[in-house]
Design a protein around this ligand. Sequence first.
Ligand SMILES: *Cc1c(COP(=O)(O)O)cnc(C)c1O
Ligand SMILES: [Zn+2]
Length: 439
Amino acid sequence: MSLSTVRRLTCTRCGAGYDPDREIYTCPEHEGVAGVLEVEYDYAAIDDAFDADLDGVIPSQWKYAAFLPVADDAEPVTLGEGGTDLLDAPRLSDRLGVETLIKDDGRNPTGCFKDRASSIAATKAKHRGRDVVTCASTGNAAASLAGYAARGGLDCRIFVPSDAPAGKLTQPLVYGADVLAVEGTYDEAYDLSVAVTESYGWYNRNAAINPFLIEGKRTVGHELAEQTHVRGRVPDWVVFSMGDGCTIAGAWKGFREFADLGYVDGTPRMLGVQAEGAAAIHGAVQRHGRGGEGTDDGEDGADGEDDSADGDDTAETLADSIAVGRPRNAYKARRAIEESGGASVVVSDEEILRAETLLGSTEGIYAEPAGAAPVAGVRQARRQGIIGPDEQVVVTVTGFGLKDGESARRATGGLDRIAPDISEVERRYGPAESGTSVL
Ligand SMILES: *Cc1c(COP(=O)(O)O)cnc(C)c1O
Ligand SMILES: [Zn+2]
């Protein structure tokens, strides 16, 4: 069951290497889950195995199977994830004052881009003969894993904060998962999921500690590289919201791989967006950029020390998917931003809600708050002069809006209730002109 194209797992903190066939989550040399592992590949072998055309036709993320860390003989557990559209957004572009494209990843099978990673998790768990999968989640990862567990015939037991949006708590129940609603924060739910993985041996889907999960998120980077290549322009910026930081890191790795292999002509800068009330990665980027503490520790990539300590455990934002007080992948996220020449910004909940209705009303795309945050981030980055007016931007909408109707109700003005009488319509729009009736 060898992972033919995976060379080794390397600790981002101390550089120690591990056999990729061994079941290991984080480097045991460090306390807790601080020793995040990086998956390293044999790119010559991948290049040999990858024979698809970059023609913009992407039936699912399994087009990039050669890049995915699953055994050659593993049967993919799939619902057709990935292959989402990259859309023009002329009206949104006008409003933001910069050419903007939308990667519509809320249209994945469970309504969230996390399906890319869940497909990998379920595939690996099944191939390894495991019966139970678990994760902690602010909502979407749990719902996503539950769907893929059902698809793969696996049992799913998940930990979510009990105040997660109702839609996200109901969805995994429909998929037949055990939903353990933890009376506490996401961070506490997370610690619990790590503890049960250690004691019960359930397969853990948490992207920040399972090194293979970020690898699934790379496919959004592969797709963006391919889709923008077909359009003939490498975008100046690709924008993601950041919670634990896995998504932006995975997307960057994927895009960079295609550039390094010569498939596309360059890489975009990554713009990471966080909510004001949960901005630990932004804080790490700022400090590191200013040459603050944490810059003196080697240049071999093993300098994750300071990022993981970031975060004061409080996370106050209505964008629940990015309400993370202690991001577990701050190091990889910061590195993605820095390597790409990118930046990070923070936005308020008010700005996020305005972005949600702006996106819906200009382009017909309904995003949950964390999915709309990149739009607010572009506004902010334009205001700060980080993004120039002649640049081209891709915002990635990571989650579908119907998952969180409560936030959407806050974002909109609410209903206009009327009596079932034409006079009520006339009061609002004036009398109908005579001769315009189509009856
Ligand atoms: C999980 C999630 C994010 C954040 O991803 P991280 O890998 O935690 O940074 C953003 N948007 C949505 C909709 C999510 O579900
Ligand atoms: Zn280590």
